[in-house]
Design a protein around this ligand. Structure first.
Ligand code: C2O
Ligand code: CU
Length: 459
């Protein structure tokens, strides 16, 4: 290119006069969705080959995106997959057009094409991004990553570690099985893998006794609920689903439905412990997912673990004037559903199974043309969610966090996903987000594909 002195001066002057334009021209980062192969199974399990995955930048998890609260997220999705895709920014408050739901807030991005995402980051915390197209397959193949938005005044810790919990269904040659539509999975608890794994970023080789550590857990599994215990340290749960807890909770076993997150701050045990261990609990067995050996002592000079600084969100104080929108979940194996509406037709359970649609909300299967409700922005909604099925469901609301309405009339923490156990009823309440179409679905992605998906329209 031919840059004359005169042009250079002109450009400099323009920059001077129009700083906002200069800022908007900063090239946004690119997230390239593509196939790649990587060593997924650790050497401790034997000599396994690399696994063919789909990942952002060709890695699983995708790049860890780090921002400061108040920054603008700017990312261009470049799709080099053999299928169309999109990115949903799970848990972040954003304009509807940035929500990444194909056929709904944008078109799916075809192979070879791009889509620009940009929005300000209002809240600090631990969030994640993932494909929202054919997600039963695309998330199971690895299309996700974590977003860390740093507080203006972050807590003082020695290590800040992201822990991605995932679950892979692999064959004997370590390849992802392509049985994504298996009806047995869809009618039961979803696609369960055979390789549960914790991926740490960064992954320290050792920790000092007394060190203060922040662990940011994210369950990215397509369907598996994970119960995690931490050994060799004690502390507090300080955030859930990206939002600070007003009153941090003592650290015990943590249960994560798909998409659920928790931030933990702990002090490494100064006594007997040899390592900090992350243990996956299932039935009566604990499986060691990761351990970091302890070496040397740090001085225990820090005070008690404090609550994180609050995000600019308003907590609920009453349900006065709330509009009640009940949700009943039905269907699945061992369910009591006899028929439901799909695509405007009333079908028997047997007919529904043939179409791969086996779960319903309020007697309607799949994503209906009409919303569950049309809300005014700012309207207060209360929603009792009755799980009349034999399986747990991790219900996720797009657009805003909600709070659980507790049996004593109080309100639980801000969450974006709630795990509702079989035959259980839990009530949530929320304030309608900005205008647009916002999904409400089960984050067990097999269930979502098989009908557990509805939406709100906000005007
Ligand atoms: Cu994390 Cu609609 O999804
Ligand atoms: Cu479900």
């Amino acid at each position: 290119m031919n840059v004359t002195r005169r042009r250079f001066l002109k450009a400099t002057a323009a920059l001077y006069l129009l700083p906002t334009i200069a800022k908007a021209n900063i090239p946004s980062a690119i997230l390239e969705a593509k196939a790649a192969s990587m060593q997924l199974i650790g050497a401790e399990f034997g000599d396994y080959p690399k696994t063919e995955i789909w990942g952002f930048q060709g890695t699983v998890p995708g790049p860890l995106l780090r921002f400061k609260q108040g920054d603008t997220l700017q990312q261009t999705l470049h799709n080099n997959l053999p299928q169309p895709t999109s990115i949903h920014w799970h848990g972040l408050r954003l304009p509807n057009a940035m929500d990444g739901v194909p056929g709904f807030t944008q078109d799916a991005v075809p192979t070879g094409e791009t889509f620009d995402y940009a929005f300000p980051l209002k809240d600090a915390g631990t969030f994640w991004y993932h494909s929202h197209n054919r997600s039963t397959e695309q998330v199971a193949r690895g299309l996700y990553g974590v977003i860390v938005v740093k507080e203006h005044t972050p807590p003082d810790v020695d290590h800040d570690i992201v822990v991605v919990l995932d679950d892979w269904r692999l064959d004997e040659t370590a390849q992802i099985t392509d049985d994504f539509g298996a009806m047995h999975d869809w009618t039961h608890a979803g696609r369960m893998g055979n390789y549960v794994h914790a991926h740490l970023t960064p992954s320290p080789d050792t920790l000092q006794k007394n060190a203060r550590v922040r662990l940011r857990f994210v369950n990215v599994a397509s369907d598996r609920i994970m119960t995690i215990a931490i050994q060799g340290g004690s502390g507090k749960v300080v955030a859930r689903d990206g939002m600070p807890l007003q009153a941090p909770e003592d650290l015990g076993a943590l249960v994560f439905g798909p998409a659920e997150r928790a931030d933990v701050i702990l002090d490494v045990d100064p006594s007997e412990a040899q390592a900090l261990q992350i243990v996956f609990l299932e039935r009566d067995t604990g499986y060691l997912l990761h351990e970091i050996p302890l070496a040397g002592d740090a001085e225990a000079t820090r005070g008690p673990i404090q609550a994180l600084p609050a995000n600019p969100v308003s907590y609920l104080s009453s349900l006065e004037g709330a509009r009640e929108i009940p949700l009943v979940m039905e269907g699945g194996a061992m369910g009591r559903m006899e028929s439901a509406t799909f695509d405007g037709e009333d079908l028997s359970t047997r007919e529904l199974v043939q179409k791969g649609k086996v779960w319903a909300f309020n007697g309607i299967v799949g994503m209906p043309d009409a919303p569950l409700a049309t809300l005014r922005q700012g309207e207060l909604v209360r929603m009792p969610i009755a799980n009349d099925t034999a399986f747990a469901h991790a219900m996720h609301l797009h657009g805003t966090h909600f709070q659980e309405v507790l049996p004593d009339g109080g309100f639980g923490p801000m969450k974006d996903t709630i795990l509702v156990q079989p035959r259980e009823t839990r009530e949530i309440a929320f304030v309608a987000p900005p205008p647009g179409k916002w999904l409400f679905h089960c984050h067990m992605l097999s269930h979502q594909s098989a009908g557990m998906k509805t939406w709100f329209e906000v005007v």
